[in-house]
Design a binder for this molecule. Structure first.
Ligand code: CP
Length: 313
């Protein structure tokens, strides 16, 4: 038998279609509580296994602290130190870890491996990034936007400039769910996959979000309320480094591009940044950067997501 009927996996932002706004409210409440010293230990005695095939600063740390705040515990597992790295199957790993822990957080190179783990795990699996999506990142991003737009997402315009990668994929789905207008500027060869765009457009019909696409970063930035970028060479894309740097020349967020946005517009980056490539030092270190709040919000978002999938003990 595979999986467990009714377990709550979070592999895609689309899995949050009916919960995303509630998760954002809960994350904001937990953030306010934490500032007063209340860590919200609502899941005492729970345990998380965290398998990270790739490097991480923010995701790993925020999940570990989130489990600690909730009253639980997290175990960090690197495949190079696990039998997984010596050929034990993902299915067998999932079945064994499910006997120990209440949730598995997985950062994978491939979506197919993420799906395989979720298929065999009998506890919830949370996608901490794969080649298709980065859903937890986008929950923190939307929390950051929500803090700056108390009146909500409706009528706001977010411009994403850069690679049509896992971050943009999740951002498309998240924007579509919450009703945020998103314009994506990517080079033609780096557009997000058409099947994912179709899913996002379907979700957008329900929320009223407008999802548009261009190859012109300035057109995207024009009158935007916020700008967002990510690295041009993601983990796993290193062999394409030179080709990508050529393709993305002109897609940098710098003072000139920010000048096309609204005067009060701010800038997001999920980090780590390659300063001087997709974003300049001046923007990252300037008054428009919401990047550090965005990084902090990973913690509050992870707590709300963990609380959603973890059963009370
Ligand atoms: N944004 C993000 O996922 O950062 P890490 O790779 O450091 O976890």
């Amino acid at each position: 038998m595979t999986g467990r009927p009714g377990k709550r996996d979070l592999l895609s932002v689309a899995d949050l279609e009916h919960d995303l706004l509630t998760v954002l409210e809960r994350a904001a409440a937990m953030k306010r509580a934490r500032a007063t010293g209340d860590l919200s230990p609502t899941r005492p005695g729970t345990n998380a296994a965290m398998i990270f095939e790739k490097a991480s600063t923010r995701t790993r740390t925020s999940f570990e602290i989130a489990m600690n705040d909730l009253g639980g515990h997290a175990v960090y597992l690197s495949p190079k130190d696990m039998q997984l790295g010596r050929g034990e199957t993902i299915a067998d790993t999932a079945r064994v870890l499910s006997r120990y822990v209440d949730v598995i957080v997985y950062r994978a190179y491939r979506r197919s491996d993420m799906a395989e783990l979720a298929r065999w795990a009998t506890v919830p699996v949370i996608n901490a990034l794969d080649d298709r999506e980065h859903p937890c990142q986008i929950v923190a991003d939307l929390l950051t936007l929500r803090e700056r737009w108390p009146s909500g997402f409706k009528g706001r315009r977010l411009a994403y400039v850069g690679d049509g990668n896992n971050v943009l994929n999740s951002l498309l789905l998240g924007s579509a769910i919450v009703g945020l207008d998103l314009v994506s500027a990517t080079p033609p060869a780096y557009r997000p996959p058409s099947d994912l765009v179709a899913t996002a457009q379907r979700l957008a019909q329900a929320s009223g979000a407008r999802l548009t696409f261009t190859e012109d970063p300035r057109a995207a930035a024009r009158d935007a309320d916020a700008l967002y970028t990510d690295v041009w060479v993601s983990m796993g894309d290193e062999a394409e480094k030179e080709e990508r740097e050529r393709a993305f020349a002109g897609f940098q967020i710098n003072d000139d591009l920010v000048g096309h946005a609204r005067p009060e517009a701010f800038v997001l980056h999920d980090l780590p940044a390659h300063r001087g490539q997709e974003i300049t030092d001046a923007v990252m270190d300037g008054p428009r950067a919401a990047i550090w709040d965005q990084a902090e919000n990973r913690l509050h978002a992870q707590k709300a997501l963990l609380e959603l999938v973890l059963r009370r003990r």
